[in-house]
Ligand binder design. Structure first.
Ligand code: URA
Length: 471
């Protein structure tokens, strides 16, 4: 029987022995109550058939998934490694029910870990010699204390702390990490003097022009609110957001100083870790915080794609325009209008498409009170592919339609002319199909009405081909 839920080392050592000894999953009782080989029984300990090699990715996933609260997890994991030892391609078999379960369980754990990293708040207990000591109460959904403790160890190395959860606790004392039994909320103070400073800070970084309530809700579900000092401020800040934006607009005499403005609006790192993006909503928050290239300096916000997570068709534009930058949504300005009409003519329902851009921040040149669109460089497009690839991985569209040359570069990573790619369906690595067409804003720029009508027709033909392909 496993003694400590979520203890990967314990499970691994047992599983290793069983696997090496050739003990089949059906002969193992992980709970110690059923018939069959006990985990620490002779079959396991005496095994000497040699080490069994498993894919590294599987071991990494197993280390997370062992933390799942489902009591069947040790047995399920063992069944999977038993199979993986005989089938090296097992993880790639996405239609396999056990692999599917593994991936979903892994996603749940990664999400839980991310929430703990983001929403755990230490309260100051006092000072012992030179080191200050802190405690935090947290209620994770799974047994993730051992999985998350090293993160807090790295981040809060110089102080002593304890993280108390209902199932287990982690203690960092005198630079030694240890674990103990679960506890109660009452062991941790409700508030401390640091709290007021944190709330003031949160109020200062709250930017009413960037409010995305759905994304905020997805990112910070209600269950975490009770332990977050800033949670009580969110409702009043949201209620006043519109009026504050209006006042900001009225007061704006020139474009804000990008550097100082950014300093004020940056969200602290622990609120969202780029490599910890598990949903499209989280991705939208991460895009908004992106500083991978300097374009973020002048833009109001990062604009991520929108649409159903399982859309069959993804439309990729160049970058947000003036309106998109202000509203935080792709294709809501003049080019979006042209696109909407063409989509309708082609019989495509915009609500069923995933719309995004190759570059997530608006690049412009200030001209008086106006902001004139500037083309992104290939370097900027290539830098932003990081996000486009993540969106592609989430949505997994069957077909991508690139609108304009920047989108084509963003998707393929190569500079090719639209002319050379148009009128054919191409296949990208991984099997996704590609249709390359013009950008709708090209139609807005054509002075010759006859030519504009011809180009528009050709654009609708491309979109119709996309509809036919994906229906
Ligand atoms: N142009 C684009 O390429 N994307 C938008 O979202 C808006 C205009």
């Amino acid at each position: 029987m496993l003694v400590t839920p979520g203890d990967f080392a314990e499970w691994r050592s047992a599983a290793r022995g069983l696997l090496a000894g050739g003990v089949a999953p059906e002969d193992v009782s992980w709970r110690g109550s059923e018939e069959g080989a006990s985990l620490f029984g002779d079959e396991a300990v005496g095994a000497s058939a040699g080490a069994v090699s498993l894919p590294r990715e599987l071991l990494e996933i197993a280390e997370r998934v062992i933390c799942h609260r489902d009591p069947e997890v040790p047995a399920r994991l063992y069944r999977i490694i038993w199979r993986a030892a005989r089938d090296r391609q097992l993880l790639a078999r996405t239609t396999d029910a056990e692999v599917d379960w593994l991936r979903r369980a892994d996603k749940a754990i990664r999400r839980d870990v991310h929430k703990m990293h983001a929403f755990l708040r230490f309260r100051r207990l006092g000072k012992e010699a030179v080191r200050e000591s802190f405690a935090a109460w947290f209620e994770p959904s799974h047994h993730i204390v051992r999985l998350t403790a090293p993160f807090f160890q790295r981040r809060f190395y110089g102080m002593d702390w304890a993280i108390v959860t209902p199932d287990a606790r982690a203690i960092w004392h005198d630079e030694t990490l240890s674990y103990g039994p679960g506890g109660t909320k009452g062991e941790v103070p409700d508030s401390d003097i640091v709290e007021d400073q944190w709330r003031t800070y949160y109020g200062a970084i709250f930017n009413p022009a960037r409010v995305k309530v759905n994304a905020m809700r997805a990112e910070m579900p209600k269950k975490y609110w009770k332990n977050l000092p800033e949670a009580q401020d969110i409702a009043p800040l949201l209620a006043g957001a519109e009026a504050r934006v209006e006042r900001m607009r009225e007061a704006a005499v020139s474009i804000a100083n990008p550097l100082t403005d950014k300093w004020r609006t940056r969200v602290p790192d622990e609120l969202l870790l780029d490599d910890d993006v598990n949903t499209l909503d989280e991705l939208a928050c991460a895009v908004d915080r992106c500083t991978r290239c300097p374009l973020y300096c002048n833009a109001t916000q990062g604009v991520a794609g929108e649409g159903p997570e399982r859309a069959r068709i993804m439309l990729v534009g160049e970058q947000p325009g003036d309106q998109e930058d202000l509203q935080g949504r792709p294709f809501v300005g003049p080019a979006g209008q042209v696109l909407n009409e063409a989509l309708e003519e082609a019989g495509l329902d915009r609500r069923r498409l995933f719309l995004t851009n190759a570059v997530k921040h608006f690049k412009f040149e200030p001209r008086g009170k106006r902001r004139l669109h500037q083309n992104p460089t290939t370097g900027e497009i290539d830098m932003c592919r990081w996000w486009l690839d993540k969106e592609r991985a989430f949505v997994q569209p069957d077909l991508i339609v690139t609108l304009g040359a920047s989108a084509l570069r963003g998707v393929t990573g190569k500079s090719a002319s639209i002319k050379s790619m148009r009128s054919r369906v191409h296949e990208l690595e991984g099997g996704t199909k590609l249709i390359a067409t013009i950008h709708p804003s090209f139609l807005l720029r054509l002075p010759d009405r006859e030519r504009a009508a011809e180009e528009r027709e050709a654009f609708v033909v491309d979109l119709t081909r996309a509809r036919e392909f994906a229906t």
